[in-house]
Ligand binder design. Structure first.
Ligand code: ZN
Length: 354
């Protein structure tokens, strides 16, 4: 089995410094912790908001998507954690590739998992790593704060040990050519790795998942595609909708989707979403507070799968815990369980992506 690897790198910023890795000594396996968020959803989020956290590769049921070149550093494990240094003599951010499994929502777990396994095997082959020694779970490096990627695998019946076995098997079969079956006369097969990077802008004639996601966004933003819908093909109907969108929002009307059009589209959707469906109050809210504002926070937390259990307008321990779990996903947020401007900002961005 072979898969495509898509290389579509985010811009430089807090999430991507461009600093080079000290070689690849090991791999850290993650899940996104955000059920339903896709590889491209994550890419666009990291590209746009540049949080001071990142990972190299996001994998869902359609894409193996490298968003940071694998010879550069990404920020996926806290520097103050000692286990990576003890095991590999280096910090994960300086000497490891971070891989994120996208799961939940509409993502087909089996398809995403197969790609996740294959990509680990691909890297083991490329950098001469031993799956049993050189792949480590994020939860193992940061047990106080993290449960990934077991959190995504275990409910779907895959243990960590089985995962490593699957990587080992893929390494042997897909990369070393050790077929256990009869047609073992084949020479070791080169994996099909092709950078089908989506270079912006895209326009008429483009095809694929990225086009489909743009079409879905256009429809949600109120620019329908009545004839063909979101079919993944950038034809005249899509071009016309893009031009209408550009005209409405004062952009250069060229019918091409580049960074400006993409950013405006996200902005419009974010406004639609956050202000209509999940408004979030300004100010600081914490344990002991009560009111409609607290209900708003609770509703948004529930929507983001950080269920506070009760939407009762009372900021109690369960709400505090839900806020803290949300905060723990971001290096930039203090895990204090208090809702304030920074937490609000990140919640709005997540609502936009869901
Ligand atoms: Zn992680």
């Amino acid at each position: 089995m072979n898969y495509y690897i898509t290389r579509d790198y985010i811009r430089f910023g807090a999430a991507r410094s461009g600093e080079k890795l000290n070689g690849v000594k090991f791999i850290v396996s993650h899940d996104t912790g955000n059920p339903g968020s896709t590889a491209y959803g994550n890419r666009n989020y990291f590209d746009r908001t540049q949080p001071s956290a990142s990972a190299h590769t996001f994998i869902d049921d359609k894409y193996i998507l490298e968003i940071i070149p694998i010879n550069e550093k990404a920020w996926h494990v806290r520097y103050d954690k000692p286990t990576d240094n003890r095991m590999y003599g280096d910090d994960a951010n300086d000497a490891a590739i971070g891989i994120e499994l996208c799961f939940g929502g509409k993502i087909n777990f089996e398809e995403a998992y197969k790609r996740y396994v294959w990509y680990h095997a691909y890297l083991c082959n490329k950098f001469n790593l031993d799956p049993k020694k050189h792949i480590v779970a994020h939860s193992y490096l940061d047990p106080e704060r993290r449960t990934d990627p077991q959190n995504a695998m275990r409910p779907r019946g895959v243990s960590w040990g089985e995962f490593l076995n699957d990587v080992e098997r893929s390494l042997q079969v897909d990369f070393k050519g050790n077929k256990s079956t009869k047609n073992s006369n084949n020479a070791p097969k080169e994996p099909v790795v092709k950078g089908i990077s989506t270079t912006l802008p895209i326009g008429e004639g483009a095809e694929g998942q990225f086009v489909k996601e743009i079409q879905e966004d256009l429809i949600r933003a109120g620019f329908p595609l009545p004839r063909y819908g979101a079919d993944g093909i950038y034809g005249p109907e899509t071009e016309r909708a893009v031009m209408q969108f550009q005209k409405r929002f004062g952009l250069l009307v060229d019918g091409l989707v580049g960074t400006n059009t993409l950013a405006k589209l996200q902005e419009v959707l974010k406004q639609n979403h956050s202000t209509i469906d999940f408004p979030l109050p300004e100010g600081i809210w914490k344990n002991g507070d009560e009111g409609e504002e607290v209900s708003m926070i609770q509703r948004a937390l529930k929507h983001l799968n950080f269920n506070p259990k009760y939407i009762d307008g009372k900021y109690g321990p369960l709400t505090e815990d839900a806020v803290r779990r949300f905060q723990s996903m971001y290096a930039a947020l203090k895990n204090d369980g208090i809702y304030g401007p920074n937490t609000r900002k990140y919640m709005l961005m997540e609502i936009d992506d869901n």
